[in-house]
Unconditional design. Structure first.
Length: 321
């Protein structure tokens, strides 16, 4: 039996969504040690899997690898379509488990496009490979325009910068009881609309934040400056998405971000991907206070939900067997 375990990821935003610049997307994010997706696989003569999404990835993996089948079990799963990277992490975990069960190289970066992953953001693949904070290089604009190339005909963006995240940093994650974030055809339509109208000057502002504030902060292990910088990247990204999601942050995320930002225990807060997951940057010594602030934010917004506190994951997925 092969067992593969990978953590969630936060997506802080993109560097550019305007067709006026030569590189499109270019995402920023960080790997978390929890929650996790855990998958086991045994060789088999057909695909057997009781988990609907994993079953489809297992069938694709078997075809890509040229093996007869696999008995796949999902022991732990990430909440779907909330902004934690559930689709990419599940796809890569399944293909890795099936590959190793048959003594094959998973080659996740090479195979991710065939699984429909890495077509915009490269953070999920990079987080699976090596963890940490990741900045990817984006895609050539002339190849992507407002639409991605056909499935499987893109390359996962190269990692432009990667830093280990200090072990004493923590990320408070709020999962409000709200509609799931966009995915599939809805996400494609929304992204197309955003890219066609995106203001190129926002990309210049984001570039300044990334190069002058964010990258120095993570390199120097300064949680306060890092939190403020990723929050600003998220706010600027929200200006691109405002027409699609009903504001700089999708409801009720805006109220949660505002409440979290008032807490001295939290260095910066924002929306991960399409949400509704909200993150706050904190440290181990302030984690309890950050958790309390997150619960208070849910109460102030008048919504229920779950609060998690996760450490960084500075290694790739664990593969046993």
């Amino acid at each position: 039996m092969t067992r593969v375990a990978a953590g969630a990821r936060l997506h802080f935003g993109f560097q550019n969504l305007s067709l006026a610049h030569e590189r499109l997307y270019g995402s920023l994010g960080v790997a978390l040690d929890s929650p996790r997706v855990v998958v086991t696989a045994d060789p088999a003569d057909e695909v057997r899997c009781a988990h609907d999404a994993a079953s489809e990835y297992a069938r694709q993996a078997v075809e890509l690898l040229g093996v007869p089948g696999a008995d796949v079990t999902v022991e732990e799963a990430l909440p779907r379509h909330v902004g934690l990277g559930s689709g990419t992490q599940l796809a890569l975990t399944v293909v890795s488990a099936v590959a190793r069960a048959h003594d094959c190289d998973p080659a996740v970066r090479e195979r991710a496009p065939k699984l429909g992953r890495g077509g915009r953001s490269g953070v999920g693949v990079a987080a699976f490979e090596s963890g940490g904070f990741v900045l990817d290089s984006g895609h050539p604009t002339e190849r992507f325009t407002a639409d991605r190339p056909p499935r499987g005909e893109w390359s996962v963006p190269a990692v432009a910068a990667r830093h280990a995240v200090p072990e004493d940093w923590r990320f408070v994650v709020v999962l409000p009881d709200s509609e799931p974030g966009r995915s599939g055809d809805d996400e494609e339509a929304s992204m197309r609309s955003v890219v066609e109208r995106a203001d190129p000057t926002l990309a210049d502002e984001i570039a300044a934040v990334v190069t002058r504030r964010l990258l120095p902060a993570v390199a120097e292990a300064d949680a306060e400056r890092f939190g403020a910088a990723v929050a600003e990247v998220g706010r600027l990204n929200g200006a691109w998405y405002a027409d699609e999601q009903g504001g700089v942050y999708r409801p009720p995320v805006g109220e949660l971000v505002a409440e979290l930002s008032e807490s001295p225990a939290i260095a910066g807060a924002g929306q991960s991907s399409w949400g509704p997951a909200v993150y706050g940057v904190t440290t181990e010594c302030r984690a309890d206070a950050a958790r309390e602030a997150a619960h208070a934010a849910l109460s102030a917004a008048g919504v229920g939900g779950e609060v998690l506190v996760a450490g960084p994951r500075n290694r790739g997925a664990r593969i046993d067997g």
